[in-house]
Design a protein around this ligand. Sequence first.
Ligand code: TRP
Length: 336
Amino acid sequence: MEKKIILTGDRPTGRLHIGHYFGSLKKRIELQESGEYTPYILIADVQALTDNFNNPEKVRNNVREVAMDYLACGIDPNKTTIYIQSMIPEVAELTVFYSNLVTIARLERNPTVKTEIAQKREIFGESVTYGFLGYPVSQAADITIFEGKYVPVGEDQLPLIEQCREIVRKFNSIYGEVLTEPEAILSSGKRIKGLDGNEKMGKSLGNAIYLSDSEEEITKKVMSAVTDPNRIKKDDLGNPNVCMVAYYHNLFSTKEEIETVCEECKAGKRGCVACKKQLAKNISDTLKPIREKRAYYEQHPEEVDRILQEGTQKARKTAKETMKKIKKAMKLDYFE
Ligand code: TRP
């Protein structure tokens, strides 16, 4: 039986951090390694431009950065097709066709879009662009052009998958059963808080540890992490439940270490500096293989380019085949 297609992607607006790793990358690698699917990963540069249209350099540079992050953490180009969204013109074409099947009011009600617009007031002010409002339409094209069946996403992306399903049903009811209705797979990964305790880790918040960070950078960042505010002197009894260092120990340290660290903190026997140093070392050790693999690709940009080019060529071939079926269904197949 033919393997089902899984599609995921990221906007290339910055390097990937440990929040991405725990939230989605680990799951993608797990699905890739299961051998049960045909995975595609898109680097969504067109979508990134919807809120970075005035910063093309940033988007361009981060396409390769994100690709290197993928490769470094175990996305295997022999198993997963990595491609660049803008190099598949069929996706843009399909977005135009889909835009007739969705109302402006429906897009305005999309919870993900609504939240993002509220977060991006400094970019859009009161007036949102047509492109940004419509990005769920383009995301529906991303998914369906490969007849994607499963889309592993975080909870925040669910409304986008629902919107895609609606478009598919509408298309199929008008033009015939051509498109595959995708299903979201909730990636069981957890959302990692930032070093400052913020619910979200992100570049703009300055509270992230990147997969590419050096040991020195990691140590510096961990030193700035928020600890129990009531603990001023080493002898004060600490509360690990309100400490970001303890929070990260839970992700990166062994069970015994976590127990020791927390007990000593609560008894006022361990200072925060020692605790942070130990954490920084554990994070750095965990990320070491990723960092080293990434360093290899940094030194071989031609290899990264080749992987992106081959992945994109392969994806384009599939996209062309689906577009042929779509155009036939829409009576747009005038001549070859
Ligand atoms: N919206 C996703 C994000 O912001 C990126 C994305 C674009 C995507 N197209 C997709 C994700 C298709 C899954 C499927 O990270």
